[in-house]
Every structure is written in structure tokens, then in C-alpha cells.
Design a binder for this molecule. Sequence first.
Ligand code: 5GP
Ligand code: ZN
Length: 114
Amino acid sequence: MSDCIFCKIAAGELPSGKVYEDDELLAFHDIHPFARVHVLIIPKLHIATLAECMPEHESLLGKMLLLAPRLAKELGLSAGFKTLINTGRGGGQEVFHIHVHVFGGGEPAPHAQS
Ligand code: 5GP
Ligand code: ZN
């Protein structure tokens, strides 16, 4: 997707604060964090939303979720963390390349407090 900002980040065409990369996934700091730690986990494959995932994406989705606690631990969120996947305009999604928010560690915005 030539006009997708997260595809450009995945391709290295735009800078990001990368915290993890492998053949299939990339994770980087959110540009507007709403907690002390706030990273996004994306697949390098362009999939617009969770609602467009198909059975063949099962493994990829599993890898994204399994990376969340690993990164949270590495980034110091030993007491726990939050995950969020916004889906579709009605779900508050702004970037239409699927991503998992992983965040925590203090001073979240009011809407992100538990
Ligand atoms: P959404 O609302 O789609 O679930 O979340 C999109 C997230 O991407 C937002 O938290 C926003 O701050 C973040 N974001 C948007 N553009 C960029 C960018 O160019 N770089 C980084 N690192 N984060 C971005
Ligand atoms: Zn994309």
C-alpha cells in the first residue's frame, strides 16, 4: 500500500523509534504516547483492520499478541500493561494498517485509565 504510513515505516522509508523487528513484525514507539510506555506492534504485511483478517492470518495475529508481554517486560512494565486494537472508524481507528497498542507505566489519558 503505497499511501500507508505504517507500510512506509515497515519498509524503512519513514523513521520510527523501533523497539523490535523480525521477518514478519515491527514494533515502535507511538508518536503521541498516552502512557509512559506506548508502543505499536504491526505486521509488515498490509492488513487494514482486524475485521479484514482471515484464517490465514491466525498465526500472524498470534505472533503479534505474544510479542506484547515480551516487549512490555523489556520496556519495564513489570506490574502489567494494557493492549488495544481499534477497529474501523467507529472503533476509533485512525491508521488503517492493523496494529496492537501496548501501553502502561503511568500518566495515561483519562480515557485510558482502568
Ligand atoms: P489508531 O487510532 O489507528 O488505533 O492508532 C494510531 C496510532 O498511530 C496513534 O496512537 C498515533 O499516535 C500513531 N501514529 C500515527 N502516525 C504515526 C507515525 O508516523 N509514527 C508513529 N510512531 N506513530 C504514529
Ligand atoms: Zn500498510
